[in-house]
Design a protein around this ligand. Structure first.
Ligand code: NAD
Length: 365
């Protein structure tokens, strides 16, 4: 396997966590004899300061010429006063649009050792392992017409989907379910919205291509409750854009810390991988950032852009083992303090590398 990965580490804790993720990826590539070529470019606030724009042309061209893009995080107080379309976050939105990914994959999973970090009871979340597949380029966020008419005192947005937009994201959900628990729960509001009726009809049709996967439909309002009362019942959850935005954030409480969660956006010209957290200016530069979400994002790079499933699983297993061994970053250090040891960002990265190395029987470097 040959993989050309562009790393845009960005601002705040972005570079801190991206460094750890990249070190793990290099180790895995060396250990398993795969060629990993890493290029680094600027995005976000750092690019505004250096290049005068949050997404320099050079970065965009490098992204389009790579096999996958890994983003740390963008943003920070320093740039908050800028107009929205010139802020660091605008660079990320432009990058997402240029890469064209339409399926956003976001796992939410329980880890036994971190149950104390979740506001939900351990017996409710134990064993939960959900993969959200959220449509990212359609629906209410992009539909036209949209306007806030301040003279008439009205505002409107349009939730619009075409058959093709639903087919392509549904196929990805079913394909992923085939490799997991073989169940897709499609979320809509078909009792009220025509766009959801189209969604439900198209997903039902796509399901016939995947007879080994069970499909169920769930209304979004009851789904919001069911995810909290019985998260174990779900495998792949397929949603349109707005519903997925809300439900995947809600489900982050199952894992217990923002710093633990990875994401991938696939289906476009180049896949984009990012931990779900932001640049965390409050802890940047202090060695307090949890790199595990970024490291797990690296596992998604291997799974979805390199076809290296065993290596992806090795990284995911290593993260679990490190937590089982009692290692925590500060954000995870809740409960009985005698049960764990608090590590800095780089120390946590090193623990994961050592464990991956043992799993792959490779020397640490
Ligand atoms: P945030 O995710 O940066 O931080 C929220 C809270 O979680 C903070 O207390 C932070 O310390 C903590 N946290 C986040 N990631 C952590 C980690 N890996 N380890 C330990 N603790 C962690 O969200 P915010 O504070 O709302 O936003 C800060 C900046 O990040 C803003 O400029 C925002 O626009 C930007 N942002 C960027 C992205 C992105 O780049 N994808 C996403 C969200 C927010």
């Amino acid at each position: 396997m040959k993989l050309k990965l562009l790393v845009v580490a960005g601002d705040g804790i972005g570079p801190e966590v991206a460094n750890e993720a990249v070190s793990v990826l290099r180790l895995v590539a060396n250990a398993s004899g795969h060629e990993l070529k890493i290029e680094e470019k600027r995005i976000g606030g750092i690019a505004i300061d250096t290049d005068g724009t949050p997404l320099p042309e050079d970065t965009l061209n490098a992204a389009l010429a790579s096999d996958a893009v890994f983003l740390g995080a963008v943003g920070g107080n320093k740039w908050n006063a800028l107009p929205p379309n010139t802020r660091p976050e605008a660079g990320l939105l432009q990058l997402r649009a240029a890469l064209g990914g339409f399926a956003n994959l976001r796992p939410a999973f329980a880890i036994k050792e971190l149950a104390v970090n979740s506001p939900l009871r351990t017996e409710v979340i134990e064993g939960a392992d959900i993969l959200f597949v959220r449509e990212l380029l359609g629906g209410l966020y992009f539909g036209q017409p949209r306007e806030w008419n301040k003279i008439s005192g009205e505002a409107w947005n349009t939730m619009r989907y075409t058959n093709e937009e639903v087919v392509r994201v549904a196929r990805i959900a079913f394909q992923l379910a085939q490799k997991r628990g073989k169940k897709v729960t499609s979320v809509d509001k078909a009792n009220v919205l025509e766009v959801s009726q189209l969604w439900r009809a198209v997903v039902t049709e796509v399901a016939t291509e995947f007879p080994d996967v069970t499909l169920e439909h769930q209304l979004v309002d009851s789904m919001a409750m069911l995810l909290m009362t019985s998260p174990r019942n779900y495998d792949v959850v397929l949603t349109e854009n707005l519903f997925g935005d809300i439900l995947s954030d809600e489900s982050a409480v199952i894992t217990g810390s923002l710093g633990m969660l990875p994401s991938a956006t696939i289906g476009g010209a180049v896949n984009l991988y990012e931990p779900i957290h932001g640049s965390a200016p409050d802890i940047a530069g202090k060695g307090l950032a949890n790199p595990l979400g970024a490291i797990l994002t690296g596992a998604l790079v291997l799974r979805h852009s390199a076809g290296l499933e065993a290596e992806a699983v090795a990284i995911e297993t290593a993260v679990r083992k490190v937590l089982e061994a009692g290692f925590r970053t500060a954000d995870l250090a809740r409960g009985n303090t005698s049960d764990f040891k608090v590590l800095s960002t780089t120390e946590m990265g090193k623990q994961v590398r050592e464990t991956v190395s043992t799993l792959l029987s490779a020397p640490v470097n």
